[in-house]
Design a protein around this ligand. Structure first.
Ligand code: SF4
Length: 226
């Protein structure tokens, strides 16, 4: 894998996603990475649909950032929600916080509130753009900039894959891009409120996600598993 922190390379990956198919989409979690990609898509007027997944368990700060981002760019971002019957059935069987009980119950919650919804959002789309970076985890360090997803049957593009955290934050500050105030409280990676906590300096970036689970390798919700 080549190494770069270079903006033109990231833009060329986004353009490649546009040129390779008719309907590329970008799923934003409103993370710092995703806010940088949203900025690039809107500033360079790239024909890429942006959507966000409201799991029903997001931090208030994240939902407020969605409203702030729409106002900042003067754009509407599409919001997808989980199937209410799926959520009601999960809660009936496992309890409102059943994801703490076992890894399998956590993965089932992620499946219902995230993976299944993203599959619906990606149906018939030509490409999926994500904000993953190699530094996030050992698992993500093995990704490539463009890769075929067998489960979803589409190409995935990771334009920020080799951005360092330092480069990302310099880019955000330089361009006045809105970010989640939780970052200033030590949250490096922000997911659902009950499953995310702040990390200490030097800790793995995703160690605050599902912190009660031991493995750093499988700190994924299933969206980026293939
Ligand atoms: S991150 Fe937590 S609350 Fe959110 S979908 Fe996964 S298990 Fe459920």
């Amino acid at each position: 894998m080549s190494k770069f922190n270079d903006l033109p390379d990231s833009i060329s990956i986004l353009e490649r996603a546009v040129n390779d198919g008719p309907s590329p989409v970008f799923s934003t979690s409103l993370s710092a990475e995703d806010q940088a990609i949203t900025h690039l898509i809107y500033i360079y007027k790239l024909p890429i649909e942006i959507f966000v997944l409201d799991t029903g368990r997001l931090h208030n700060e994240t939902l407020n950032l969605l409203a702030h981002t729409e106002a900042h760019f003067n754009k509407k971002i599409k919001v997808y929600c989980p199937d209410s019957a799926d959520v009601e059935n999960y809660v009936k069987i496992n309890g409102i916080n059943g994801f703490y009980k076992s890894v399998s119950q956590r993965i089932e919650c992620c499946e219902i509130r995230k993976v299944k919804v993203v599959r619906r959002a990606l149906k018939d789309k030509s490409a999926w753009i994500t904000g993953i970076r190699s530094e996030h985890s050992l698992k993500r360090s093995k990704n490539t900039f463009m890769e075929w997803d067998n489960k979803l049957n589409l190409m995935k593009y990771h334009p920020l894959l080799n951005w360092s955290g330092d480069f990302l934050w310099r880019f955000i500050l330089k361009n006045g891009i809105p970010t989640n105030p939780l970052h200033k409280k030590g949250f490096s990676s922000i997911g659902c409120a009950p499953c995310t906590r702040a990390v200490k300096p030097g800790e793995d970036e995703r160690s605050g996600r599902w912190w009660w689970e031991r493995s750093l390798i499988n700190k994924e919700c299933g969206l980026h598993e293939d």
